[in-house]
Design a protein around this ligand. Structure first.
Ligand code: NAD
Length: 299
């Protein structure tokens, strides 16, 4: 069997177009321009690349984009002051503090200081709790993108066996909540799970969010399963350069799975599109106007 490739890049582009149309409608009908502030502390090269593409796509979607680049030596108090200013700024509806933060800053303290209504990453305990209890919430972007991609293959996830490998607050745990909300039967595997290959083979849907290059092997996949690979790992190439691979051994898994996301070009582009979606949702909620109709369900 050769798996269908789930084109996350194309799906993300389509979603960004829908968001741009919604943004135009909000400007015309309500004079509302969603605004996203991205805060980057330090010089982490991967974070710089992400922040640059986030800002570019925010503007392309017709939104107001603000970038704050602070030095590596920024104190926790300085960052908290900036968060307070952004919380109070009426032109800003979404605030994203790029992780990881330098050692002198307690990341959880910063997340706790965000106005939950502007927490477009969905990492504030209030949003995590609302998601877990089934209340409307701003939902973390990467898991939201994963579910949208799974639903591009299966109209309904109801009753499907979903295996999530990874239990981080950023990906694994919120993904579990979203899958439960879709009425999937969810198994969460993690670093202490026994017989991982066997557990993984239960999955009609497999979500790999481990952070280890090509960790999930082809013979861990149930024939015909849908595989969503969240991993972004840099590995060396023979020519001394490097390339990006996922947490799944792609060639092996693609020979067994029914559908699979590539890396790059799978979950990654969906994450930024979902960030824009969350910014529009936040802007509508703050302004008290209805979210324009879009082809996808925001989760
Ligand atoms: P994390 O390090 O916070 O969590 C990794 C999880 O994997 C942990 O819960 C751990 O229990 C589990 N794990 C570790 N070793 C394991 C093992 N041997 N067996 C089973 N489980 C094991 O990582 P994260 O932030 O959740 O990210 C996971 C991956 O997703 C990384 O590759 C990261 O780069 C990628 N990521 C991608 C995007 C995107 O936009 N595509 C966004 C966030 C993270």
């Amino acid at each position: 069997m050769t798996a269908r490739i789930i084109d996350g890049k194309a799906r993300a582009e389509a979603l960004r177009k829908e968001i741009a149309a919604a943004t135009r409608q909000l400007a015309q009908a309500h004079g509302l321009v969603p605004g996203l502030a991205v805060v980057l502390v330090g010089e982490n090269p991967a974070s710089q690349v992400y922040v640059h593409s986030k800002a570019k796509m925010t503007v392309e979607a017709g939104m107001h984009s603000v970038e704050h680049r602070l030095p590596e030596t920024t104190s926790e108090a300085e960052l908290l002051t900036l968060v307070g200013q952004l919380n109070a700024d009426p032109a800003i509806h979404g605030i994203l503090v790029q992780l990881p933060l330098p050692k002198q800053i307690d990341g959880q303290k910063v997340l706790n200081a965000l106005d939950p209504a502007k927490d477009v990453d969905g990492f504030h305990p209030m949003n995590a709790g609302r998601l877990a209890t089934g209340l409307p919430a701003l939902v973390p972007c990467t898991p939201l993108g994963c579910v949208i991609l799974a639903k591009s293959v299966h109209a309904s996830l109801e009753g499907m066996e979903a295996v999530v490998i990874g239990r981080s607050n950023i990906v694994g745990k919120p993904l579990v909540q979203l899958l439960l909300a879709e009425n999937a039967t969810v198994t969460v595997a993690h670093s202490r799970t026994k017989n991982l290959a066997e557990v993984c083979r239960r999955g009609d849907l497999v979500f790999a969010a481990v952070g280890r290059a090509q960790f999930v092997r082809g013979d861990w996949i149930k024939p015909g399963a849908t595989v969503i690979d969240v991993g972004i790992n840099r590995i060396p190439k023979d020519d001394g350069k490097s390339r990006i691979v996922g947490d799944v051994a792609y060639d092996e898994a693609a020979g067994v799975a029914g559908a699979i996301t590539p890396v790059p070009g799978g979950v990654g582009p969906m994450t930024i599109a979902c960030l824009l979606l969350n910014t529009v949702r936040a802007a509508c909620a703050i302004a008290g106007v209805p979210l324009p109709a879009m082809g996808i369900r925001p989760g």
